[in-house]
Design a protein around this ligand. Structure first.
Ligand code: BGC
Length: 502
């Protein structure tokens, strides 16, 4: 299998006319990334991870998070967690009980209105605070809450000098809210909470990947990397402080561990190694932040449907190709009409004549398809999904090579990982090719598996770890240790008791 294209449906191409067949072959050449190329990408990726940690920096931000070390499984207390994702906003209350590795969670989900993503900062923070307020009123009406500690999962690249601080480097995932980039997001967020009189104390601002890493490590000591393969794509891992030259001035104990939020979506922003197609170039150009998140734009869920749409439109407009002849393709002309679930559905069609694909095209795009056209779209979905999985594995392999991990568990979450057909198997196959595991190795040494809930349990655990650290007098990366403990009933010791709602 090494370096060969993935198999397409046997015999199904027999009735595909020459022009479409030639296009299928062209698309295979364009989108398939052979094993050798994956290895080259991985080697460069590893160098870029190292560069990101250096004083000079590189295109991958490698953000220090001030989440220091793994959980023990003995963390306790009650916490709030807020997750501002690309699609939903989730508020959770998490109880970490005395039993090792256990948790209880209650949660509410709120839709992130599309207009908010390109609105103003005030509207954003007002919406977030309103959701928190609704949650508190519903679950704790009339109770006298004593500064509940909050872990806020803010899944965008942020520079953190402290764990309860974060300067947004750039919006990603199509967000474009003015007046937020380059500023600490915590003060306006806290101001919105204060305006509503909410008794909440931000203990930790975290990334979804760091949350995923910590939540998964809570129950699995072999867990070394946390990944999100969803609307966006990224990973976090633990680094020893001695290997973070850009923090040298802080004189941290070199043996301490700190989670690094890689923000690997920015890999190859300088465009030297990724095999970009004309379609990837258009996606980038038309995005709110051209030149940024170049890797993410090839692999993340937000973009897969759009790549697919651009290819189909290009074929339709090509005079040498007969596809969707004499059909109104106006719906296909609308940017971002198709999301990655459309591709998932195409890949999941179990029928030989692809009747589900036929219905999908009629329902979503008002396009009647012929069987050969459906064969092409099916192959195209496979190629785009396969490329995303294979390139994503380069990032995982690069971290393993950087850290010298011969075997470990990688916790993964996100809609693409959980819902896109064959993503896991394709990613695992790519890892085998990149890391050259001998054929006789039965169990993959680096195992990418479904993670625990990072932005709920992970955020709570990081808040707990932070408070415990402050109680023990380890205050690196804590802006105001006294203020952080004030109002919490944390008493120190291993089994701390942090603010339980009365
Ligand atoms: C963001 C990351 C995040 C990832 C997955 C990217 O667009 O920049 O911070 O971890 O999406 O949600």
């Amino acid at each position: 299998m090494v370096g060969r294209k993935p198999p397409s449906r046997k015999g199904s191409m027999a009735d595909v006319p020459k022009d479409l067949f030639a296009q299928i072959q062209r698309l295979e050449e364009l989108f398939f990334v052979p094993g050798q190329k994956l290895k080259e990408i991985t080697a460069h990726f590893k160098d870029e991870l190292v560069k990101g940690l250096s004083k000079e920096g590189g295109s991958i931000p490698m953000n220090p998070t001030w989440c220091m070390g793994f959980p023990t499984g003995n963390e306790t207390g009650t916490y709030l967690a807020l997750d501002m994702g690309g699609t939903n906003l989730r508020v959770c209350e998490i109880l970490l009980p005395e039993e090792k590795g256990e948790f209880d969670i209650i949660q509410s989900k709120y839709r992130m209105p599309e207009e908010l993503k390109s609105g103003t900062a005030d509207e954003l923070w007002a919406y977030v605070a309103d959701c928190l307020q609704q949650f508190i009123e519903y679950h704790h009406e009339g109770e006298d809450l004593d500064h509940l500690p909050l872990g806020f999962t803010f899944s965008y690249p942020a520079t953190q000098e402290y764990i309860d601080h974060g300067i947004l480097q750039t919006w990603t995932k199509g967000f474009d809210i003015s007046g937020v980039e380059g500023k600490d997001i915590v003060p306006p967020f806290q101001a919105a909470l204060a305006e509503r009189g909410l008794p909440i104390k931000l203990s930790a601002l975290i990334n979804d990947t760091t949350g995923t890493l910590i939540a998964s490590a809570y129950t699995d000591p072999e867990m070394k990397i946390g990944c999100i393969f969803g609307t966006g794509c990224n990973a976090a891992y633990m680094e020893d402080c001695g290997s973070i030259p850009k923090l040298e001035h802080m004189n941290l104990d070199p043996s301490l561990l700190m989670a690094i939020n890689c923000e690997w979506g920015a890999f190859d922003n300088e465009r030297v190694i990724l095999p970009r197609t004309q379609y990837d170039i258009i996606i980038d150009k038309e995005s709110p932040r051209p030149g940024q998140q170049i890797f993410e734009k090839m692999v993340a869920g937000l973009y897969l449907g759009e790549i697919f749409r651009l290819v189909l439109l290009d074929l339709h407009e090509n005079p040498d190709v007969c596809i969707f002849e004499n059909i109104d393709v106006s719906k296909l002309k609308k940017p971002y009409t198709l999301d990655s679930s459309f591709l998932s559905a195409i890949e999941e069609d179990p029928f030989e004549n692809l009747t589900e694909v036929e219905e999908l095209f009629q329902k979503t795009l008002s396009i009647d398809t012929t069987k050969p056209e459906r064969e092409l779209v099916r192959r195209l979905a496979e190629l785009i999904g396969t490329r995303a999985a294979r390139l994503s594995s380069c990032g995982v392999a690069a971290i393993c090579l950087k850290k010298g991990y011969k075997s470990c568990h990688v916790g993964a979450d996100g809609s693409v990982f959980n819902k896109y057909p064959h993503f896991k198997a394709r990613g695992a196959q790519a890892l085998r090719e990149i890391l050259d595991w001998p054929k006789e190795v039965r169990k993959d040494p680096v195992d990418i598996r479904a993670a625990e809930d990072g932005s709920g349990v992970g955020a709570a655990l990081i808040a707990a770890l932070t408070l415990k650290r402050v109680q023990e007098g380890q205050v690196a990366g804590i802006r105001d240790p006294e203020a952080m403990l004030k109002g919490t009933s944390a008493a120190g010791g291993n089994k701390q008791e942090v603010v339980v709602p009365k």
